[in-house]
Each structure stands twice: as structure tokens, then as C-alpha cells.
Design a protein around this ligand. Structure first.
Ligand SMILES: [Zn+2]
Ligand SMILES: [Zn+2]
Length: 164
């Protein structure tokens, strides 16, 4: 969605709101398409005494296998991203400031970047996910398996050999 922000940049006090659904279903991350439903976007752009800001609220279902047990889980994500919009950017490397070249802003591109940069780096089905048994692959959230779980501490093992 390409927005023209000319009016907002010149009119102090002006405010515009954009609500729409954005599809990210073709975005692939490590072989997974985690955005199964559309992203609800609600963006408010406002000129407050010459400072133009954008607040973007998004809500979407994020669906990906748990990092420990690999069971696919859905999480309803609610996030807010805020930026300052400027007509030209003097110094790069500042993601708080977004440049609206020729007073145009590609809102969908900005929303997509914000979402991708804020995805959880560690994704667990629950905080205390027990993961899989390293021997048989059983999902330990569903109960114990029959494998022998006694870990032999390699330092103790070396000591034992010395003593023998
Ligand atoms: Zn898990
Ligand atoms: Zn096992």
C-alpha cells in the first residue's frame, strides 16, 4: 500500500488512519511459511507540531514448530511499531526514522520489515517445554519414555578410570 503523505507533512495537527489486511503467506523462513492468516494492520500517521509520526498496530497468527519439541504451535501476536517519518534522512542507520521519499511511503513494506525484524529468535510451545528424548525422539511433554536418562558426567568417568 503506497501512501501519499504530502498533506500530512504540511498540515500541523492532521491525522490519518489506515486499516487493512496484509497477506504475508508467501514469506518463507527456513523452509516454513509461518504467516498462515492475514496480518491486521492499523496505522495512524499524525503531524504534531511538525513532527510526523506513525504508530502501527498489527495482529496476526504466527505458526511455526517449537524449537525444542518441533510440534507446530500458533501464537496470536500483537505488536506496535512506532517511527518518525521524515522527508529526507540525513544520517542512515537509524530505524526510528523512516524516510518518505517524495512524501510517499510504502506502508506494506514498512510493516513487513517491522514484523520480520521483531520475530522471536527462540520459539517455544511453552516456557517449560521438555523437548524430545535424545535417544528415541519421544516428545517428553507427553510423558516419559523408557530410555535410560542417567547422564554420565565425563569428569567423573575420567576419575573412575584413574581409580580403576
Ligand atoms: Zn515444545
Ligand atoms: Zn527415549
Amino acid at each position: 500500500m503506497l501512501l501519499s503523505l504530502k498533506d500530512i507533512f504540511v498540515n500541523d495537527g492532521m491525522k490519518s488512519e489506515y486499516k487493512y489486511e496484509l497477506s504475508l503467506s508467501d514469506i518463507e523462513l527456513s523452509g516454513i511459511y509461518p504467516f498462515k492468516s492475514d496480518v491486521s494492520v492499523n496505522a495512524v500517521i499524525e503531524n504534531k507540531t511538525g513532527l510526523v509520526t506513525i504508530d502501527i498496530d498489527v495482529e496476526y497468527l504466527y505458526c511455526r514448530p517449537c524449537d525444542r519439541c518441533f510440534v507446530e504451535v500458533e501464537t496470536l501476536m500483537n505488536e506496535r511499531f512506532s517511527h518518525r517519518l521524515v522527508e529526507s534522512l540525513e544520517s542512515e542507520d537509524n530505524d526510528e526514522y523512516i524516510e518518505a521519499t517524495d512524501c510517499k511511503l510504502d506502508l506494506s513494506e514498512l510493516v513487513t520489515t517491522d514484523i520480520l525484524l521483531n520475530l522471536p529468535s527462540k520459539y517455544l510451545c511453552k516456557g517449560d517445554c521438555q523437548g524430545l528424548c535424545q535417544k528415541c525422539g519421544h516428545n517428553l511433554n507427553l510423558g516419559e519414555c523408557d530410555c535410560d536418562k542417567r547422564e554420565i558426567d565425563p569428569r567423573l568417568e575420567a576419575l573412575k578410570q584413574l581409580l580403576d
